[in-house]
Design a protein around this ligand. Structure first.
Ligand code: SF4
Ligand code: SF4
Length: 190
């Protein structure tokens, strides 16, 4: 066994986190500052410092719990934890990777269904118009979540007041946006 207390976890999920984000889970010394400052920590099943500890153990059962946790979906990427961490551990970057991994392995927490739908609808709007097209986004999100009629009464007044546009505004360089999406998808596949 190595005597180096900072040896990186190179196997298991902690190793994958490092390969994909350069976040070294073994550098966390459990001071708890991230959890104390996280505005969503009370909504999480495991606060950020506990996620770090679970990954440090390399225990497959705990890694499975991390991937299936709601915590990784509640994280807002506000970066409070990153700013407070004495070891400069980029937890939001790691959370982003864990979300991708959970989707890829079909292990996303069932409570995250609406969050994932919102995320997909938002990205589709940006992908096809280059910006947020609210009505298209709204219709897509409602269809995905099967909540078609919720908030429906708010739409006509908002259109009347010019807050929502029926026709999408398209940016000039849509091919540039398409190229970003292509490159990102390709990168995630390699
Ligand atoms: S980035 Fe996520 S984990 Fe970190 S403080 Fe914000 S919500 Fe909490
Ligand atoms: S603030 Fe940094 S070192 Fe402290 S518990 Fe959180 S991740 Fe670990």
């Amino acid at each position: 066994m190595s005597s180096d207390p900072h040896q990186y976890v190179i196997s298991g999920l902690g190793g994958e986190v490092f390969e994909n984000t350069e976040v070294k889970v073994s550098h966390c010394y459990q001071c708890g500052k991230c959890s104390a400052g996280c505005p969503l920590s009370e909504e999480m099943d495991y606060p950020p410092s506990m996620i770090m500890r679970m990954l440090q153990t390399g225990n497959p059962e705990l890694e499975e719990k991390v991937l299936r946790s709601f915590s990784i979906w509640v994280c807002l990427t506000c970066e409070m934890c990153y700013a407070r961490c004495p070891m400069s551990i980029d937890i939001p970057k790691m959370m982003d990777f864990l979300r991708e991994k959970a989707i890829e392995e079909k292990k996303a927490n069932p409570k995250a269904k609406q969050i994932i739908s919102f995320h997909k609808s938002f990205l589709d709007s940006v992908k096809y118009t280059g910006k947020m097209y609210e009505i298209g986004f709204y219709a897509d999100y409602k269809t995905r979540t099967l909540k078609i009629l919720d908030d429906m009464l708010l739409v006509p007044p908002m259109i009347k007041r010019g807050k929502l546009s029926i026709i999408p505004e398209l940016i000039k360089d849509r091919s540039g946006i398409a190229s970003i999406f292509r490159k990102t998808i390709k990168k995630n596949k390699t």
